[in-house]
Design a protein around this ligand. Sequence first.
Ligand code: NAD
Length: 266
Amino acid sequence: MKISVFHNQQSTSILLARELRKKLLAAGNSICESDPELVVTVGGDGTLLAAFHRYAHKLNELRFVGVHTGHLGFYTDWRDYELDELVESLSNDQGESVSYPLLDIKISYQDVSRDTQHFLALNESTIKRMNSTMVTDVYIKDELFERFRGDGLSISTPTGSTAYNKSAGGAVLHPRINALQLTEIASLNNRVYRTLGSPLIIASDEWIRIEISEEDEYLVTVDQLNLHQSNIAAIQYKIAAERIHFASYRHTHFWRRVKDAFIGEL
Ligand code: NAD
């Protein structure tokens, strides 16, 4: 198999990646960064997110596996002392995979001569105004739903629901649910201004459009990427046609993963 080993810059990850490459080669695999069939990440969730963006243009041609060097992550199943078992399981691989939904993001600008920007996110995208209260119109499937005032909005995937979305008070969604979640970040709610005030989950054939009413500087995030934007007209969010595929060698039960990460032993 053609495998890319993608690691973060921590010394433990660099050493582990070196050891893993040797073991993979000894087992008859080849190391290929440009056109891999499998990407093994060594680090944490952030490393898997970075690898996802590195290979986002060919998601349907490859699968991911995550080795974690710190705490058990949401995208990382293998521990740093399990390299031999990982390599052996890859030798017995029959191409199995599980796949999860992604967020499709399109940013359009007031200046119509400027091209629309297109991104994919694995966790979420947020939009915040840099200098003052953000005022935006939120459309669901082309129908005006509410006028939002506050710090910002987060739109997350099911696997991203345990990340920023959860910190913003969103629900945890099982990744088999093909849906997106819109979560408010500190909305202004009083007798004059009104938003729903609770997270909202939209179906797979729906989309969210956020129209910017006041021209200003905005910060749009796409997973760990920060985009400083001006002149935005609207951002459209929907479930992407592409999905991320994970090699299912060690697929941990989702609710057990949530319990391990947030609750621990009872
Ligand atoms: P980072 O290094 O600051 O990581 C943030 C934490 O989020 C790490 O502990 C990571 O393990 C965890 N994480 C990432 N994806 C997760 C997921 N799907 N479920 C549960 N936990 C997850 O930042 P990074 O490595 O650049 O990662 C970017 C991500 O960090 C963003 O996509 C966002 O979801 C998250 N983040 C969260 C907050 C917050 O909760 N207040 C703030 C900023 C960023």
